[in-house]
Design a protein around this ligand. Structure first.
Ligand code: SF4
Ligand code: SF4
Length: 127
């Protein structure tokens, strides 16, 4: 039976080291959501990725994502797909030690429904 991980909104994944990658469509949708031009958004909230192949969100001084505020995502409605997809469409070995999502064994149909609801994409779609 597939396991669906039910996010408990602990925000650990918004605080640990790493990069939140941005594609062009996401840049446009976040900029629009914030009432900024794309260029203003890029200047204010992004940095070059380590591999220099695109942009990622800035961090706050403590390492948390720039959009994490009082345990809430300021751009929840338009947050990047990478954020939506964790931990059901991507994760890493041992993630359960850091992430408080509750594992739930469900049947195939329910898994499809839950993952699609959580991420906006069906589980079989490549991340
Ligand atoms: S964009 Fe939102 S969900 Fe994604 S890491 Fe930042 S605060 Fe967390
Ligand atoms: S996905 Fe996991 S680490 Fe991120 S907020 Fe949900 S429970 Fe916490």
């Amino acid at each position: 039976m597939p396991i669906f991980y039910d996010c408990q909104r602990c925000t650990a994944c918004c605080r640990w080291p790493g990069q939140v990658r941005l594609d062009e469509a996401t840049i446009l949708s976040i900029a629009t959501y914030l009432g900024l031009t794309e260029s203003a958004f890029i200047q204010r909230y992004t940095r070059l990725r380590a591999d220099r192949r695109g942009l990622a969100l800035l961090d706050q001084p403590d390492g948390a994502c720039i959009f994490l505020e009082d345990s809430n995502c300021r751009i929840q409605a338009v947050k990047p797909q990478q954020c939506r997809d964790f931990p059901n469409r991507w994760n890493f070995p041992g993630f359960e030690k850091l992430c408080h999502a509750l594992p739930r064994a469900v049947d195939d149909a329910e898994y499809l429904r839950l993952v699609t609801q959580a991420t906006g994409l069906p589980p079989e779609t490549a991340a």
